[in-house]
Design a binder for this molecule. Structure first.
Ligand code: 3HC
Ligand code: NAI
Length: 698
């Protein structure tokens, strides 16, 4: 079996050991066993002078097989494999291409030399899975590139390109073909002068003498990370690389890995990794349905969302035309896009000259005729059903047959919009999140007529634009905003019952969200929700009163908080406190002290209940899709895995009981656990069981 995963070819004194484990050459058990076997064969063969470690397929190895984590370990472990390469008495050269990640890079670091093609990228992204590199990476990488650069790379998990890798000493040469380049390189090395990476000390000598530069780099790398365990473990392990002998450092690294891999944070992050990929698999749409290629895009409406959406296309190198009502609106839209690029360049986030390069892919028009050339048309005009229907009827008359027609509506009925055309199969929702050029989530709203081809194309477009697409059903608020609405109701109630915005925000931030709901509301603008409430005949006494006072949030300097002299830092405002008391008194509510635990429950459980309703109705395909929506669209901390993952950790029984309690205490029946939540709780099950049953049934 091992032969199937790892091959060996010997020619002209060079043995080429090739991993062949599609799609990403993960280092599962069969690969590890095959590597040990083939290395031994190459070492034993007297005709072999040097060994090349290569990979077949589209990339060098992406690292350990993540699906094996949490299962009983099977020998040989990755450590053992790497140790054997490390101790090989013949020179071993790794031939890198594609992405060399995690254990894949650690394996390459166990070789004497590394060559790579120019397009190759490499990194240790374990931190993104709540881990640290566990097969010697924290000890070997610093010995090649120095502890300061190593700690930055390991804590961020970012990839390094071949050119930078060569400059830093991570690789030894850039070659045009990985295997042939490595074979050629092999002929140039002197087998008598082999130095193992573990025995190198030149790059760690300075930190050994004075660790201050390392400590500064470590502090910089971790400064925005709170609540997460893995980054601190990464720092400690890299520090060990120059304070401890190699074997001791490697042992400590392995212990830290074993601790993290069984922890909830890493489990949560691994869950999100697989959830993101699972979300792109749609029952009934097989791999034979390929997304259409997009060569040209049109975005109708160049406002806040339209401009941002269009930027995604330009960023991906796809020409895009913004269509607006008149020249003035058009130039306002294009100017705003240009300004956004300029700011990124000024901040150093994009290289100089980017604005011009990207703007060269933009065009603007007031003539709808441009739509005839488009492969995709995305509508982002005002949120009015009548207008959107009119716009789609007009697009229908111009766009070429088979073009994908998408609406960015956040609240309207996608079926009603699709019905305005004679091709509802080509219509769906593509719900981007603000700022659309930044936020990763893309809800793809499937109308009742949307064709499999349209869905496949929308998913492919989303991936091309660097988004995380999730297919959702057509209902008010889709998945994300429908759940958010539950939280918003509780925010208003909590104020009236006794909490203040700053207390609620502090609890939500302590949970791990980057922002609390009130600060978030101030940033987005309170008038948006106000308009929607008025339209629906709904009220929120405190929030409505703030809007009536012209307090729309940051843009007016006042909202739930006060923002003085253009500051973006929310400062609690006694006027708001007084207003809340006044409204509570008027409603006959005696305000009370509310515990942080109650706040956290009310900020999360009603949303989890709504997630269960969404699953019950089939609006989301699976619980993990809900998790992806909240992690990528709303700042749910990835290390808490998303609302459904978190709910399973807490236990649905507990959540159902608390919801029952709040439904009675508040007097709102909709807070009571829905039928699905009740059923799962009674059976002692979680969302994970629901997902498994659904999969088995389909
Ligand atoms: N183990 C198991 N499966 C993996 C995997 C891994 N390390 N990496 C990717 N896969 C699977 C994906 O789940 C997906 O499966 P599917 O087709 O059934 O959904 C398939 O391979 C293809 O992956 P992508 O869809 O992500 O393909 P892309 O081409 O878009 O991306 C990639 C390729 C950049 C390699 C990306 O998959 C990736 O980032 N993988 C994870 C890399 C990583 O985190 N490595 C570290 C692992 S931990 C480790 O090595 C521990 C060590 O220190 C001891
Ligand atoms: P906006 O008001 O900033 O922009 C709308 C633009 O559409 C304006 O520039 C307007 O001139 C243009 N427009 C209006 N009628 C047009 C027509 N017939 N032809 C061409 N252009 C026309 O609005 P925003 O915020 O960009 O919202 C657009 C859509 O995106 C709405 O459906 C909204 O619900 C949705 N959305 C908004 C989000 C947000 O946070 N602002 C988030 C997600 C979706």
């Amino acid at each position: 079996m091992s032969e199937q995963k790892v091959g060996l070819e010997i020619a002209n004194g060079v043995a080429v050991i090739s991993i062949d484990n599609p799609p990403v050459n993960a280092l599962g058990h069969a690969v590890r066993a095959g590597l040990v076997e083939q290395l031994a064969a190459a070492e034993a063969d007297a005709s072999v002078r040097a060994i090349v470690l290569a990979c077949k397929g589209r990339t060098f190895s992406a690292g350990a097989d993540i699906t094996e984590f949490g299962k009983p370990p099977r020998a040989p472990g990755l450590h053992e494999v790497i140790e054997r390469f490390d101790n090989c008495r013949k020179p071993v050269i790794a031939a890198l291409f594609g992405t060399t990640l995690g254990g894949g890079l650690e394996l390459a670091l166990g070789c004497h030399y590394r060559v790579a093609v120019e397009s190759a990228r490499m990194g240790l992204p374990e931190v993104k899975l709540g881990l640290l590199p566990g097969a010697g990476g924290t000890q070997r990488l610093p010995r090649l590139i120095g502890p300061e650069k190593a700690v930055a790379a390991i804590v961020s998990g970012k990839m390094i390109g071949a050119k930078a890798a060569l400059a830093d000493g991570l690789i030894d040469a850039i070659v045009s073909d990985p295997v042939q380049g490595a074979i050629d390189f092999a002929h140039t090395v002197d087998p008598a002068k082999l130095v193992r990476v573990r025995d190198r000390s030149d790059k760690i000598a300075a930190a050994k003498a004075d660790p201050s530069a390392f400590e500064a780099a470590a502090a910089e790398a971790t400064k925005r990370l709170k609540g997460v365990e893995a980054p601190a473990a990464c720092v400690e392990a890299v520090r060990n690389s120059f304070t401890l002998p190699f074997d001791e450092g490697a042992r400590a690294e392995q212990q830290a890995f074993m601790r993290l891999v069984v922890g909830d944070q890493s489990r949560a992050q691994r869950h999100v990794f697989f959830a993101e990929r699972e979300a792109q698999k749609i029952p009934g749409i097989g791999p034979e349905v390929k997304g259409a290629k997009i060569g040209r895009a049109v975005v109708i409406g160049g406002g806040t969302m339209g401009g941002g959406i269009a930027m995604n296309f330009a960023n991906a190198g796809i020409p895009v035309t913004i269509v607006e009502t008149d020249e003035a609106a058009l130039s306002r839209g294009l100017d705003r896009v240009r300004g956004t690029y300029d700011v990124s360049v000024q901040r150093g986030a994009l290289p100089a000259g980017t604005t011009e390069k990207r703007m060269a892919l933009f065009s603007g028009s007031t003539d709808w005729g441009v739509m005839a050339e488009a492969d995709i048309v995305i509508e982002a005009v005002f949120e009015e059903l009548g207008l959107k229907k009119e716009v789609f009827a007009r697009i229908d008359g111009i766009a070429r047959p088979g073009a994908l027609l998408a609406t960015n509506t956040s609240t309207l009925d996608v079926d009603a919009i699709a019905a305005a055309t004679k091709r509802p199969g080509d219509v769906l929702g593509m719900h981007f999140f603000s700022p659309a050029n930044v936020m990763k989530l893309l809800e793809i709203v499937r109308g009742k007529e949307s064709s499999a081809q349209s869905i496949a194309t929308a998913i492919a477009v989303g991936k091309t634009l660097g988004k995380v697409p999730v297919v959702v059903g057509n209902c008010d608020g889709f998945v994300g905003n429908r759940m958010l609405a539950r939280r918003t109701i509780e925010c208003e109630r909590l104020m009236l019952e006794g909490a203040l915005p700053q207390q609620v925000d502090a609890v939500v931030k302590a949970f791990g969200f980057p922002m609390g709901p009130f600060a978030m509301g101030d940033l987005a603008g309170l008038d948006v929700g106000w308009r929607i409430r008025k339209h629906r005949g709904a009220t929120a006494p405190v929030s409505d009163a703030l809007c009536e006072m012209g307090r729309f949030g940051q843009k007016t300097g006042r909202g739930y908080y006060i923002y003085e002299n253009g500051s973006r830092v929310p400062t609690p405002d006694p006027e708001v406190e007084a207003l809340i008391s006044e409204k509570a008194t008027a409603l006959g509510i005696t305000r009370r002290a509310i515990s942080d635990q109650e706040i956290l429950e009310r900020m999360t459980y009603p949303m989890i209940n709504e997630a269960a309703r969404i699953l019950e109705e089939g609006i989301a395909i699976r619980p993990s899709d809900v998790d992806v929506v909240w992690v990528y669209g709303y700042g749910w901390p990835v290390w808490r895995g998303g609302p459904c993952f978190h709910a399973d950790l807490v236990g649905l029984k507990e959540i159902a009981a608390r919801l029952e309690h709040y439904a009675q205490a508040v007097g709102d029946e909709t807070l009571a656990p829905c039928a699905l939540l009740r059923r799962l709780a009674a059976a002692g099950q979680g969302f994970a069981d629901f997902a498994q049953d659904a999969k088995a049934a389909s």
